[in-house]
Ligand binder design. Structure first.
Ligand code: ADP
Length: 525
């Protein structure tokens, strides 16, 4: 799972669910990892606002969400809640802590024969449950199959239909993933349960070989192949080839039903954790650990004191900072986020400029301008009155030197005031300090602790680097100072009045909390 922190402007709560992170963004909207009030983890899909404004879309969403909630079975991710009336309709499903089939194969290559057999059994049973609820999935593809520790889970059933008949397709956009669509779907003919069986065959070919039965290019030529050419199933293990080929029959009536598939492979269904190869189990374990660490760092936001409004609303980001400081962790030196420098290709920037985050700036200093003005006035006054006061000849040089020093300090102060301010970006990669095209990166995986130190005008962001990592040093454009073994890297309280200072400090604490939950230490002063 590519979990990313919530961005400013994203909701922190949807209905009764507290959002923890973003899981993905699709054609219909964004999917978030969320927690119910009772502590269950769910995936919440929130519909894009432009679609939410389409009354026909809302009507279809209402109908399909209601039907999806009736889908049972073991191998579908259960739809546990939905609100089609919310400002942005949403749907919550049981959270599955595994990668999608697409990710699992992309990262580890094709799956072994036994796993594909188990997948065939699980997915056939899932389709049986979906069809029993009078739904047709319509978009069964590797990205819509999650690999759970105990078996696969199909997601997005019913919802695909909402999208496929939405305004999007009216504009001529091909909805869905062509390589997994049945010939009747590709041609725009009537689609029934057998269409899902075709997609199941294509998904199994992908799982067993790493490519779809008609290629992966998504071109018009591929659409032609889906309708007219024989699928490429030569690489599929011999034991599964006849079944897969039958699913991929061009005529819907010639394909087996889910029950017939289960008759053939039902005995091979997922049994405990043995159904997966070790690398995929490791991916699931990684996700589960990440989820647990998220539990430790995401505090419970207080429930609103006033009674909830009668209609479940889509709340904006809560303006309050986290209520409890996150625990400082011994392993804090490790990456705080899956998208860390270590997972990027060599040569890529450690802290990416284009990775969204919170931006802070030090303003130009009005104090320095006032100082310069005062010094210039003083120097001018002294120089102009040099004739009026009696100065001994040998003291004259000293007098002029003094005036010169005053002018120089005024000029330096003016330069300092006019130099563009320092900019700090806090994102999921780390800290990026920059000024006039120069920049310094401090990635989170080099940081063991970060926080705000000092108070009032002296508030500063300080970092402590991990063992073996050099601490940031002063440069002419970015002065840093030592602080109890750490380094002060960015002033927060130096500009503005009391309220601006407080507001900036609060924004900074929120940003550090959000983007560096593992290393942020809220107890520093
Ligand atoms: P879309 O179809 O709009 O692209 P998806 O429904 O495929 O969006 O979800 C996007 C991502 O969110 C998926 O790739 C998957 O990683 C994650 N996801 C969706 N539903 C779940 C779920 N129930 N459990 C875990 N992860 C999920």
């Amino acid at each position: 799972m590519d979990v990313q922190p919530l961005l400013a402007g994203e909701p922190s709560r949807v209905g009764d669910y507290r959002l923890l992170a973003r899981l993905g963004k699709g054609s219909m909207g964004s999917v978030y990892l969320a927690r119910s009030r009772g502590g269950r983890t769910v995936a919440v899909k929130v519909v894009r606002s432009d679609l939410a404004e389409d009354p026909q879309f809302r009507e279809r969403f209402r109908r399909e969400a209601a039907i999806s909630r009736t889908v049972g079975g073991f191998w579908t991710a259960a739809v546990v809640d939905a609100d089609p009336e919310a400002e942005q309709p949403w749907l919550a499903t049981e959270y599955v802590p595994g990668p999608t089939l697409h990710q699992a194969v992309a990262e580890n290559g094709p799956l072994p024969e036994q796993t594909v057999g188990a997948l065939a059994a699980g997915l056939a049973e899932a389709l049986g449950a979906i069809h029993a609820a009078d739904l047709v999935h319509r978009d069964l593809k590797p990205a819509n199959v999650l690999i759970g520790p105990d078996g696969p889970r199909v997601i997005d059933f019913g919802i695909s239909r909402v999208m496929s008949s939405s305004a999007m397709t009216a504009t001529g956009t091909f909805f869905g993933t062509p390589g997994y669509f049945s010939p009747e779907q590709t041609e725009g003919s009537e689609v029934g349960p057998a269409s899902d069986v075709f997609s199941l065959g294509a998904v199994l070919v992908f799982a067993a070989t790493g490519h779809g039965p008609f290629g992966e290019d998504g071109t018009v030529a591929m659409l032609y192949r889906v309708v007219n050419s024989e699928p490429e199933v030569g690489d599929v293990p011999a034991s599964l080839r006849p079944l897969v080929a039958a699913c991929l029959a061009k005529k819907p009536a010639e394909r087996p039903t889910p029950t017939m598939i289960l008759d053939r492979v039902g005995g091979a269904g997922p049994q405990g954790r043995q159904w997966l190869p070790a690398q995929v189990t490791a991916l699931i374990d990684e996700n589960t650990t990440r989820l647990q660490s998220m539990d430790e760092v995401v505090p419970a936001t207080p429930e609103p004191q006033s009674p909830r409004p009668p209609t479940r609303a889509y709340d904006p980001v809560l303006p309050e900072p986290p209520v409890a400081p996150p625990p400082r962790q011994a392993e804090a030196a490790g990456p705080s986020h899956p998208r860390t420098a270590s997972s990027k290709p060599a040569g890529a920037p450690l802290v990416r400029k284009d990775n969204p985050g919170a931006v802070f700036r030090t303003g130009r200093r009005s104090g320095a301008v006032a100082y310069a003005a005062m010094v210039f006035l003083l120097a001018y006054g002294a120089y102009a009155s040099r004739g009026a006061i009696e100065i001994a000849e040998n003291a004259r040089v000293i007098f002029l030197l003094g005036v010169g020093c005053l002018v120089l300090s005024g000029v330096l102060s003016l330069v300092r005031a006019l130099l563009p301010g320092l900019r700090l970006k806090v994102n999921s990669d780390g800290l990026l300090v920059s000024r006039v095209g120069l920049s310094r990166q401090i990635p989170w995986n080099h940081v063991s602790r970060v926080g705000l130190v000092g108070s009032g005008k002296k508030q500063t962001v300080a970092v402590w680097v991990a063992a073996g990592t050099p601490a940031p040093r002063s440069t002419w454009w970015h002065r840093v100072r030592g602080y109890h073994g750490g380094t002060k890297v960015f002033p927060v309280g130096s500009t503005g009045g009391l309220w601006t200072r407080r507001w900036q400090a609060k924004r900074m604490r929120d940003a550090l909390y959000r983007y560096a939950p593992r290393v942020y230490d809220a107890r520093l002063l």
